[in-house]
Design a protein around this ligand. Sequence first.
Ligand code: SF4
Length: 198
Amino acid sequence: METMDSRIEVLRADIQQCRKCSLYETRHHALVGNGAENARIMLIGEAPGAEEDQQGIVFIGKAGQMLDKILMACNFSRDKHLFITNIVRCRPPGNRPPKDEEIAACLPYLERQIELINPSILITLGATALRSLAGGTSRITRDRGKWQYYGTRLMMPTYHPAALLRNPGLKKETWEDFKEVIRKYREMADPGHPCNYV
Ligand code: SF4
């Protein structure tokens, strides 16, 4: 009989062996994502960077360190509360944005993963993740901080941590967005979730 664990393993193998777009030619790792496979919150970034591609772990470069600071302030642990992944699983050369056809080829993996992990809350990080899930007319500067639905799930768009490194002025808005997530997480999952700031 097919169990949840076996479906997760099949998805993992499908991603790691994937050659559905040309990004497979230059990758070192196709990243499945990291975190709790029963997480209530899923964070979705754009694509792996150089360090992530080398090590096969999501968000471990400078942007990852920025994300970790935010998550620590939220009292969200990568292992317990979250699953973190990307729209595109293989690194675009030179860190260019993924092309539409690469996103289209890769998106079914995310859809399968969302069904399997079954999070209540999705957080999109940056314009690519937002546009990929909410449609091409979305705009990060206009839509961030506002809850929307992806199917039946709540989705909070916010800035990508790499944008905060380039423009520290975006940190304040990003923190407001994460505070909204903490409030919603308390409503939906754990009323006693501790956080000193909310
Ligand atoms: S980016 Fe996605 S679709 Fe393209 S090869 Fe990697 S896993 Fe496959």
